[in-house]
Every structure is written in C-alpha cells, then in structure tokens.
Design a protein around this ligand. Structure first.
Ligand code: ASP
Length: 356
C-alpha cells in the first residue's frame, strides 16, 4: 500500500500529443525517496523511429521488452551496490550492444557498401570528462573503447584506424566486421539500396535519396543515463549509425553535446534520431543548457528541443534525460522509442510505443 502510494506520489505520468509528438514524463524527485535514502536512477533507450504495435509480432515485442528490462536491471544493479553512474551506463549499454535486436554492436545497421561503422561516446557529469570513438569497424563494444579514450588518453574523440590502433595498444581484441551482421539488417540495407537506386534514377542526389528513406531504415541507436548514490550523473550512446549511410559518415552519437551530454549541474542526455539534425541543433547540450540557465525542468527542456525546435525543421528522434535529483524525461517526436527507466526502490518500467 505504502509502496503504491509512494509510487503514485513520486511519479507523474503525463502523455501529451503535439503534432504527433510524444512526451513521457517520469518525475522521480524527492517524493519518491525517503529523506535519508540517496536517490539513484537509470534510464535507457534502444532507438526511436516508426515503431508501431500493428507492425510488431507479440514475440518480437516480448523480446524487446525483456532485453530492455535486462539492460535497465544490469545498470540498476551497479547503482544499488553503490557503483558509479559511469559503470551503470556501460553495463546497460553492453547488454544492448551484444543483442542483435538493437543498432549497436551486434545488430548494427550496414553502410551502403555493406560494412559496419560504429560510433559511441560517454560523458562523466562530475567534470565533463568525455570520450568518443567514430567509425570503428572491429570493436565489439564501442562504448568501452569510448570510455578508454576518456580515461586513458589525453583526447576526447578518436576515429577509424587511429581509434583501433589505440584499442590494440590497450589490448582490446579486434573482431571481424561480419560479426556484426544480422539477416534483418541485411534485408533493410537491400530495401534501402533499392529505394536509393530508384531515387537516383529520378536524378535525386544521394543526400536527397537518403533523406527520402523512411525512418524505419535509419534508426535504432542505444543509450543510457544514470545517477548514482554519490549524486553523479553520466551518459553514454552507442550506434551503428543509419542504414545505407555513406562510409565515413559520422552521426551525432559520438559527438559530445549532440548525442551525449552529462553535467552534474544540469542533466545527462543520450539521444537517438536523425543524427545530422541532432548535430546541427546541438540537441543534448541545448537541453542541459535550458536546465542550467533557464531553470527549466528536464521534461520541459526536452519537450522544447525535441518538439518545438527539432520537429518543425524535420528532425526526428528522441532523448532520455535525467537530472541530479532523479527527474527523468523520455521524450520523442516519432511514433515510438524503445525506452525504460528504474529509480531507487521501484520496479523497472519499459515502453516501446507512443501510447504505452
Ligand atoms: N543518431 C544515430 C545517427 O544518426 C542514429 C539513431 O539514433 O538511430 O547515427
């Protein structure tokens, strides 16, 4: 009874439709905790896009929900034991990277040429230390390498061969690029290529043709944000990018401020969506800037950037946002986003569709 009351008090679930946009707010602030219990929380995403219940088999939906829950609980377990938000973010993301269901690590989308190029980044809310890798082809868990760049190099971002040489120098095993293949991503590439060919025949340039691909071809990144018992925030994002991307194309996920951001004084963000827009609009940092300088709640800041700034210019996707009090916003302007969260003392919550 008490637990239910606390949950009701501590969580404000609000659904709001604006031009097809979805916003889910979960307030897990002071009400959810007893005064002496330190707040800790985690939120994750597994990509936003055209995700509709009518197009998903019950088995597939079950698999997605189970994997999201496993990832949330892995991160939560780290936090519960007093572990750091960085460790929790990595633990959750590793599970999603290793799953063929998501567009990161195993299951990453293909480039137009039929290879995989992976991007990832991580940020520490204590001091804005950050690490990122872009366009790596032989790293099973790019988020771990991003963390190594942060902790074990004087740099923030390493790309391609240089990132892999760094990985080798630190004893990270190289894996075959084909290890990331999955039949469903191959099929998506083939369908995307056909569409691109048709567009090219109509003399559209490559960029216009990629733009014309339905969102379902393009998205599915994974990410996590966490708040630990010590009051520290962290954020991380890992992706295969967008189906049929040109080789060498780098999206927002490894770009600090665009796809990932964390600062204890404002918030932690991991983004997913059409990367070019997220880079141009500096999405993750913009949300936290609104929190820091305009005193906006994470929910309000995320709503403004995702629905009022990005959507009108054609930027589709979503974000997970967490502040140092444990307030969470899971905000997206697509029909769905694989997402979930868990706060101290409560059960994991997982959702996929806009009206979940
Ligand atoms: N943001 C990723 C990218 O543009 C894709 C995604 O989130 O699905 O590379």
């Amino acid at each position: 009874m008490m637990k239910t009351m606390m949950k009701t008090l501590g969580q404000k679930l609000k659904r709001h439709a604006w031009l097809g946009a979805c916003l889910v707010l979960v307030n897990v602030g002071a009400h959810a905790q007893t005064p002496e219990a330190p707040a800790f929380a985690i939120a994750i995403h597994g990509g936003a896009g055209t995700i509709e219940k009518s197009k998903m088999t019950p088995e597939k939906e079950r698999d997605y929900r189970a994997k999201l829950e496993e990832a949330i609980n892995a991160g939560y377990g780290v936090l519960e034991k007093g572990g750091s938000s960085l460790d929790a973010v990595v633990a959750a993301i590793n599970i999603l990277e290793d799953s063929p269901l998501f567009n990161a690590g195993k299951g990453a989308v293909f480039t137009y040429e039929g290879t995989h190029e992976l991007d990832a980044s991580i940020m520490d809310g204590r001091d804005r230390q950050a690490g990122a890798v872009a366009g790596v082809q032989h790293i099973a868990n790019p988020i771990n390498l991003a963390r190594m760049v942060m902790e074990d190099s004087p740099f923030v971002m390493l790309a391609g061969e240089g990132a892999e040489a760094f990985a080798k120098s630190r004893g990270v095993p190289m894996v075959d690029n084909r290890d990331f293949d999955t039949p469903q991503r191959r099929q998506q590439l083939e369908r995307a290529r056909e569409k691109l060919k048709k567009e090219n025949e109509q003399d559209k340039d490559y960029q216009a043709a990629v733009e014309a691909l339905p969102a379902v071809f393009k998205m599915g990144t994974v990410g996590a944000v966490a708040l630990d018992k010590h009051g520290n925030l962290a954020a991380g994002t890992s992706t295969g990018g967008m189906t049929a991307k040109r080789y060498g194309r780098i999206g927002d996920s490894p770009v600090i401020g665009a796809g990932t951001f964390a600062d204890n004084n404002s918030c932690a963000v991991s983004a997913t969506g059409h990367g070019e827009y997220f880079i141009r609009y500096n999405v993750a940092a913009d949300i936290c800037t609104r929190v820091a300088y305009q005193n906006k709640s994470v929910a309000q800041a995320a709503d403004e950037v995702i629905n009022q700034v990005l959507l009108p210019v054609g930027g589709t996707g979503g974000v997970i946002v967490l502040d140092a009090k444990g307030n969470i916003a899971l905000t997206f302007n697509t029909s769905g986003m694989y997402r979930g969260s868990r706060v101290a003392g409560q059960a994991a919550e997982v959702a996929i569709f806009g009206r979940d």
